[in-house]
Write a protein that binds this ligand. Structure first.
Ligand SMILES: NC(=O)c1ccc[n+]([C@@H]2O[C@H](COP(=O)([O-])OP(=O)(O)OC[C@H]3O[C@@H](n4cnc5c(N)ncnc54)[C@H](O)[C@@H]3O)[C@@H](O)[C@H]2O)c1
Length: 437
């Protein structure tokens, strides 16, 4: 056993601020309320359903994660957010069609009370959308200040003791890191000068960090993954993480690819195609928003399979990802994967996957876990990029000198070992020789 890290107890209410109150955000919020009212179970959430093994296998110590580390409870959560449409979360959830009407009716009063604040939005960054519920400011700095005012007002009105922010807004157009992102000083000048490389999601992240609020990014946008904002997070002693919730097809990829590599099976091609018909699909129908998503989805296999280390197995494998907007399916996406693999003596084989998934149903528990773990991280004094939360992301943020870890099983081990470290428990190596001495 090592030394425990000092963690402030989770006293009082925890504010959850969501820029972008669309399908994912409302499915998350309605789901938390449904669980609180005993109408459903938080399936898919590690913080609510997961356990953690401690010590030796023979010790039989396997507490629930939520009993092992001091997390806020679901009853502690209070919600707020921003959107470009001035409609209640009830209306959005009904239009989104993710959750069934009979469930929504049972939490209707709660969802009707939840209305977004006016957004910081610019069509230049999300071209397929437009809405009237938008702030007007002289420049991006003034917009950031307005968001900081919103955060302060939310905190005062709800009486929360802590707050976290999770970007659940649309995918913005592809942006490359530029000079203005390289330091906080340049970034703050850029805000004043309305620099075009500062997207709305970055203004939210900046406002959150300035207000002492940890930030997670659920979309593939650059957002908080720039030196200026990681510097601000460290300066403010705040945890940050991102990018792009790992759901659906990429979740499958990061489950299957490590298995193929573990057995030294080769891959000559992986073709992935999707049909989806929700608003996210409509936004991704714009090639510049799709490019942001594509970059995020493509890097996964390269990193897991490491063709530079295993050229005979993975050099030059063909990888293609397509997303097709197909309105009749709504949020119920269908993802097809065709894998061309090869085995002993190079003999070819194929794997076909047809995943009829529900995007927001897979994303909602991720939002919940990120809220609770980011709050824990802040109370434990953890600051800057939280690599142990890579488990939840398609395109995990990591230190500039590292490559991201994409293998779901390594990510889970990293997450659980981080929790063991916080509580002064031995890290688990899975060596296990001691059982046979
Ligand atoms: N559902 C999933 O499985 C999944 C997985 C990974 C990533 N994501 C990402 O999560 C995000 C949300 O997905 P969704 O299905 O809820 O999409 P959605 O279109 O239903 O919701 C996004 C909301 O963000 C709002 N918005 C856009 N720009 C905004 C801004 N600047 N300020 C405030 N609000 C803004 C839109 O009006 C919309 O209501 C998307 O970026 C998506 O790519 C979703």
């Amino acid at each position: 056993m090592g030394e425990q890290v000092e963690i402030q107890p989770p006293q009082g209410k925890l504010g959850v601020l969501l820029p972008g109150m669309g399908a994912v955000a409302t499915t998350f919020v309605a789901g938390v309320e449904a669980v609180r009212r005993g109408l459903g179970k938080p399936i898919g959430s590690l913080t609510q359903m997961g356990t953690i093994r401690l010590g030796k296998r023979s010790d039989k110590r396997v507490p629930a994660i939520r009993d092992f580390v001091p997390l806020a409870t679901l009853d502690d959560l209070v919600f707020g957010g921003w959107d470009i449409r001035d409609e209640s979360s009830y209306q959005t959830a009904v239009h989104g069609g993710v959750l069934e009407r009979h469930l929504l009716e049972q939490v209707r009063d709660f969802l009707e009370d939840l209305r977004p604040m006016p957004a910081v939005f610019d069509r230049h960054y999300v071209r397929r959308l437009d809405g009237p519920h938008v702030k007007k400011g002289q420049n991006k700095r003034e917009l950031a200040e307005m968001l900081q005012d919103d955060i302060r007002r939310f905190q005062a009105e709800t009486g929360v003791t802590r707050t976290v922010m999770v970007w659940c807004g649309s995918t913005e157009v592809f942006l490359k890191p530029e000079e203005v992102h390289q330091s906080l000083e340049l970034f703050e000048c850029g805000l004043k000068e309305n620099h075009p490389a500062i997207a709305p999601s970055m203004i939210y992240a900046y406002a959150a960090l300035k207000s002492g609020v940890p930030f997670a990014n659920g979309a593939p946008n650059l957002t908080v993954d720039v030196p200026a904002l990681t510097e601000l997070a460290r300066e403010q002693s705040l945890p940050i993480c991102g990018k792009d919730f790992k759901t659906g097809q990429t979740l499958m990829k990061t489950i299957i690819a490590p298995g193929l590599k573990a057995r030294m099976l080769g891959l000559s091609g992986w073709f992935s195609t999707n049909i989806l018909g929700n608003r996210d699909g409509e936004v991704l129908d714009d090639p510049d928003s799709f490019k942001t998503k594509e970059e995020s989805k493509l890097s996964v296999l390269e990193h897991i399979l490491q063709p530079e280390i295993y050229p005979e197995l993975y050099d030059g494998f063909y990888h293609k990802v397509r997303i097709n907007y197909y309105p009749p399916r709504g949020d119920n996406k269908e993802g097809w994967d065709n894998l061309d693999i090869f085995g002993w003596l190079g003999y070819p084989m194929q794997i076909k996957i047809d995943f009829l998934c529900r995007d927001s149903i897979l994303a909602a528990p991720i939002v919940l876990d990120l809220v609770l773990f980011l709050d824990l991280a802040k109370r434990a004094g953890m600051r800057g990029i939280q690599e142990w939360l890579s488990f939840y992301f398609k395109s995990p943020m990591c230190a500039p000198t590292l490559y991201p870890e994409h293998d779901l099983f390594i990510q889970l081990m990293k997450l659980k070992n981080t929790l063991r470290h916080l509580r002064g428990e031995d890290l688990i190596t899975h060596l296990g020789l001691e059982y046979y001495d």
